[in-house]
Design a protein around this ligand. Sequence first.
Ligand code: COA
Length: 157
Amino acid sequence: MCNKIAVYAGSFDPFTNGHLQIVKEAAYLFDTVIVVIANNASKVRKYDLEQMRIAIRECLKNNNLHNCLVVVHDGLIADYCAEHHAKHLIRGLRNTSDYMYEENIAKINKEINPDLKTIYFRAENETISSSMVRELMKYGKDITQYVPEEILTILKN
Ligand code: COA
């Protein structure tokens, strides 16, 4: 039987409810979804990778997303997909600027791994971003509506 594997990659610094919505949709369509916390060379991480990995894993488990796993990868995402037989790379789109940005990356990823297809899921809440959550957090504002409970715990710590 064919096991359809998809990779959902991102910096997830932090993982938000917007990301969770995308994982839910992917988990419905694919047999296995690998959530990959990857490194964006132009960003400096704020939250610890391993703590974020464990919190995302807990969050997915509590949402009954049992066909999802969470890993950390330091390298090219297209190579990771090839090594793990994932033929689909999922990205969330919030607006047209996301689309322009993603299309560039999708083309480069396809050059690295010609078998890889990038597919887009429409983000239901186009206003959320990880940096917005970090900014609100910095000024002591309530972010409970933007991040899952499991993630909130590590942000508060
Ligand atoms: N809900 C909430 N936020 C969303 C979202 C959604 N559905 N979709 C996108 N975003 C936001 C993120 O919160 C993030 O916000 P921020 O910029 O304020 O932090 C932003 O959109 C994009 O972040 P993310 O999806 O994490 O992508 P990224 O551009 O930071 O990183 C990687 C993407 C990590 C997958 C990419 O850099 C990568 O593949 N790195 C590995 C090396 C590699 O292969 N590079 C590609 C060669 S060109």
